[in-house]
Design a protein around this ligand. Sequence first.
Ligand code: ATP
Ligand code: MG
Length: 562
Amino acid sequence: MNIENNEVKSLNFIEEIIEHDNETGKHNKRVLTRFPPEPNGFLHIGHAKSICLNFGLGKKYSGATNLRFDDTNPTTEKVDYVNSIQNDVRWLGFEWDGEVKYASDYFENLYTCAQTLIKKGLAYVDFSSPDDIAKQKGTPTQAGTGNAYRETSAEENLSLFEKMRKGEFKDGECVLRAKIDMASPNMLLRDPVIYRIKRAHHHRTGDNWCIYPMYDFAHPISDALEGITHSICTLEFEPHRPFYEWLLAELGLYNSQQIEFARLNLTYTVMSKRKMLKLVEKQLVNSWDDPRMPTISGMRRRGYTAKAIRDFAVAVGISKRESMLDVSLLEHFIREDLNKISKRVMAVIDPIKVVISNYETGKTELLPAENNPEDSNAGHRELSFSNTIFIEREDFNENPPKGYFKLTPNGYVRLKHAYIIKCEELIKDENGNLVEIRASYVENSKSGSDTSGLKVKGVIHWVDANNYHPVQINWYDRLLTIENAADIPEDEEFTDYINPNSLKTITAWGEKSLADAKAGEHFQFMRKGYFCVDTESAAAAPIFNLTVELKDSWAKELKKQS
Ligand code: ATP
Ligand code: MG
């Protein structure tokens, strides 16, 4: 795994290219990047990495970044997706240059570009069936073969292409292909299709067009028309670059420089809009922004912060080699940020009742508790304490192993922000299950004014059983049961690997202050984890989404490396 240190001196390879270009004046020292999503789904954490990279470079080099929707495939694209994508980019903390741009803004220019190719004898209308076109393409080891349509005159092709636009042919009846080289070792140069007929309503251009440009044709031309200097994309586009370069040279357009980097992959999840759509459609999750989803909107709802995601994107750096990142590394960055901003509260998930026999029945005491030791401005709140409290069942052990510092028979433990208690007696039901603990409290042991002289190692959380607030929790776990979704055999469905325990709904016993929790607010349930109040749940019945548990397997590892 490659964690680059985030220091000014270490440039990543794209920054090196840009700095070199600025030195040589290649793009007139301009830096204009773009983020070009296809609006066919919600964005995921991989896109977040691309956003941070593109907008980050725009900012760093005093340039700018365009947001351009690659909306060339109307059958899968939706306005809802367009809106959610803009929302996600802004939430991540970035702003695009000028108006939002769309490949569909350039449909007319793209059409003219296609005509230019035809006039130069570099594009032709092909009526072969898709099967025949595929067969004629050859294989990686065998050259393709041209067909008779390659020989049609430019005049004839111009007229046929115009008829395509006018709707004189059926969907799929013919395509426009670039005429390059059917024997090229690069299959993508074997006369790629650049226009197809598709009678589909477009979310922006309506029914104006029945022909749509292919992505590989529209993308480099859109970059050129916008004057993009550095066109950053993922590795799979490397073999497409020769076609882009051929196209722009033949059209005499600005040659945006394409630079490829390895996509982000994360363990225990899927990272493809097609697969995420399947999860939504099959109702295996509740929505695109289900907190289990790897979507930016799902992560936001779960309680991930934009800052943590940006920090993660910078820390993992960029590379030229595909790799799989441990999702717990992302979680490490989430904790780092939440630790600074979350209000500490106490909630007991699996309670056992403790009755404090020497504490006056009916009495309630208010004890001060700091809201966040990491933030001196976070203030204090008051916790109520009485003779009956709940503690976590796992914080008591009748047969403690060596070194166990929580509550044990006749042992002492400190209640956070409150008193030291001693376990005096166990009450069990007829099956021998523990149902209640009787304890005593040490009177002069109150936190902040402890004069008891007792040395007690264990500190546990608790909630006043006479004054608590019930808390609805969505307890999330990994989406998949398999670490690397790419390991799923061809003949199996990835949906068979959905973790049946990815969501558990539970009720916890929370301190009273949680009654005032606001949607989107972050909390640390002490010793348990970080939680965020769901933004989609009703204010009257707020749900606390588990953002991440407290245990961090990366903290030590990263310290070692730095
Ligand atoms: P998916 O494969 O998830 O459907 P996509 O590549 O089809 O994604 P686009 O909308 O075309 O989605 O992506 C917009 C931009 O985000 C592209 O520049 C793409 O290279 C980048 N991107 C997509 N997935 C990742 C990823 N996993 N890591 C980094 N960048 C990504
Ligand atoms: Mg794509």
